[in-house]
Design a protein around this ligand. Structure first.
Ligand code: ATP
Ligand code: MG
Length: 570
């Protein structure tokens, strides 16, 4: 591609409202156009990157037996109602509209339901299984926030795959094969060292799930990694033990202290004259059957309601004000375990195990007790639980190691649905022995445009974008300095020659200063830069520099071709 013909131009500034570095750089370099927050158009250079990423993903998906198709963007409401996902309360990213005749339709934010419904036409017997289908599609999601550039779009390209299996064993095999395929994808785009499979929460709709998280300061997620094993967990599910608080030698007499209007752990600790980690927080929850549960956690820590629900064996919700008043006899904010009605179930987080002389709400408006001690003032719980949201400094309970905590971006996500969704949608097959069974379903996403954003964030330097070899829009940027007949002829010839040997080239044939051309080449981030000038032509050399290196080298054309055939990794 001749740069003089490329309609996009580099620009000095990104729009003032663009806060994400990935989008700023991509806009400045001419890869994308910002239509509005979270909505970007992909220009010729950007489209090439997307297509390169897609080609890698396509190869790996095909290798697992995947067959490509494209589903529709307009979706029927009824289908989503079958699985209870039409409701905006259940799915908060819907864009919806209606046909002229009033029929409501949704814009595809996901396609599990559509593909599975469609597959009912083709899957009837065990002979039709396993099936493995995928697509690249623009998903539309009404995301609340769109501040991460192309890493969180309201319109974004996803690769989504769906597998249909006869049994859990067959499903697990495909699930594992796709996990491996994903790891190869991230390796091939250059992020293998910083991308980890994490254990993730299944959410309300799945059996279990894993995510592929790339360590990145620009990511919106937090992952917890066990140093010795490399096992990595998402924040929502990381099992966690709080660092122990040193026990006091002497147990002090319990005291009731007035703490009217004292809000927050820090203020409370100050008022009581104790360390914040010696305060506790008691929250009343209600199980699905209405039973009240008193949940106790160390001050300053947050309750993970998914963990709590798993231990309670029921969904849980915070008890309303009237219930709190009835059970504790006090206003909200003063709940504790002392003198609670005996039918209240108690679940205490292990951050409270071993605490001595601690603070606890007194179940009396405006009052707290301090110097509370297990065993003496309160029966010590037979068992402590992990119901906390993991934070930096926490330990992995099994190994006792302090977690490494990283910011990360979820580049992929894989789910096992079991047979729930097939049962809801009525996707059954007849097995060898003639019995009807529900199909086992898996679903697998990769955020193609998010991945592109993560690549920019990960590799960019102060001069601009740095593309890894496999996704770069062009492998070589050929910079012609000067416009004499000789230089032009040499540069044109090299442009043709490289292209005919299969190397993709962006040819900067513009009439511009050297400084400007070099700055643009750096901003655009093509891996290999080759310069031709009058002086170089006279010397029979070209100047070669890799985007990540500071110093150029002088090479003959032959040496250059050799260099490009065995591109360095970085
Ligand atoms: P997130 O937690 O980041 O919102 P998600 O759990 O909603 O992601 P999925 O519905 O599983 O994601 O989508 C599959 C993949 O699509 C994700 O792993 C991510 O890489 C990508 N993705 C999801 N939402 C967006 C978005 N708004 N913009 C760009 N990519 C996205
Ligand atoms: Mg989401």
């Amino acid at each position: 591609m001749k740069m003089s013909r490329l309609f996009t131009k580099t620009r000095k500034q990104a729009p003032a409202d663009e806060v994400a570095r990935n989008a700023q750089l991509l806009i400045k370099a001419g890869y994308i156009h910002k239509e509005m927050a979270g909505v970007y158009a992909y220009l010729p250079l950007g489209l090439k990157v997307i297509e390169n990423i897609k080609a890698i993903v396509r190869e790996e998906m095909n290798a697992t037996g995947g067959q490509e198709l494209i589903m529709t963007s307009l979706q029927r409401k009824e289908l989503w109602e079958t699985t209870d996902r039409w409701d905006d309360e259940k799915v908060d990213v819907w864009f919806k509209s209606s046909l002229k005749n009033g029929t409501e339709v949704g814009f595809g934010w996901s396609h599990e339901e559509q593909i599975t419904e469609m597959m009912k036409n083709y899957i009837t017997s065990y002979r039709d299984l396993p099936a493995n289908v995928y697509q690249f599609q623009t998903k539309l999601r009404n995301e609340l926030r769109a501040k991460s550039g192309i890493m969180r779009g309201r319109e974004f390209v996803m690769k989504d795959a769906y597998t249909y299996s006869r049994s859990d064993e067959e499903h697990q095999k495909i699930y594992d094969a796709i996990t491996e395929a994903y790891l190869r994808v991230f390796e091939r785009v250059g992020l293998g060292d910083v991308t980890f499979v994490t254990f993730a929460s299944g959410g309300a709709f799945t059996q279990y799930s894993h995510e592929f998280q790339t360590l990145s300061e620009a990511g919106e997620d937090i992952v917890f990694r066990v140093p010795s094993t490399g096992e990595t967990f998402n924040e929502e599910i990381a099992p966690a033990k709080a660092a122990a608080v040193k026990a006091d030698k002497e147990l002090l007499p319990m005291q009731s202290i007035e703490g009217k209007g004292v809000i927050g752990v820090e203020a409370l600790a100050k008022q009581m004259g104790i360390a914040p980690e010696k305060t506790t927080k008691t929250m009343l929850y209600q199980a699905a059957d209405g039973a009240v549960i008193a949940v106790v956690i160390r001050g300053g820590r947050k309750i993970n309601e998914e963990k709590l629900a798993a231990i309670a064996g029921s969904s849980v919700k915070l008890a309303d004000e009237a219930t709190v008043k009835r059970v504790t006899g006090a206003e909200i904010g003063y709940a504790g375990l002392l003198n609670l009605p005996s039918d209240v179930r108690i679940i205490v987080d292990d951050s409270c195990a071993g605490l001595t002389n601690f603070e606890m709400g007194a179940n009396k408006t405006n009052y707290h007790n301090c110097n509370v001690n297990w065993g003496r003032d309160l029966p010590e719980p037979e068992q402590f639980y992990d119901i906390k949201i993991a934070v930096s400094g926490d330990l992995h309970p099994e190994t006792g190691e302090v977690y490494e905590v990283h910011k990360a971006a979820e580049v992929g996500n894989i789910f096992s649905f079991g047979t729930t969704k097939s049962e809801q949608l009525g996707l059954y097959f007849s097995d060898e022995d003639g019995t009807e069974r529900p199909v086992v379903l898996g679903s697998y996403g990769i955020g193609i445009t998010r991945l592109m954003g993560v690549l920019v964030e990960h590799f960019a330097d102060e001069r601009g974008i740095v593309w890894p070899e496999n996704v770069a829009p062009y492998q070589v940027v050929l910079v012609r300095l000067g416009a004499s007949d000789e230089v032009t002829a040499e540069a044109d010839a090299l442009y043709e020659k490289l292209q005919s040997s299969g190397v993709t080239v962006l040819y900067d044939d513009r009439d511009a200063r050297a400084g400007e051309k070099f700055a643009d080449a750096d901003l655009i981030g093509i891996p290999h830069r080759v310069v031709i000038s009058e002086k170089l032509v006279a010397a029979g050399k070209v100047e070669y520099k890799h985007r990540t290196k500071a110093e150029p080298e002088l090479l003959t054309t032959k040496e250059l071709e050799k260099r490009l055939r065995s591109p360095m990794k970085h």
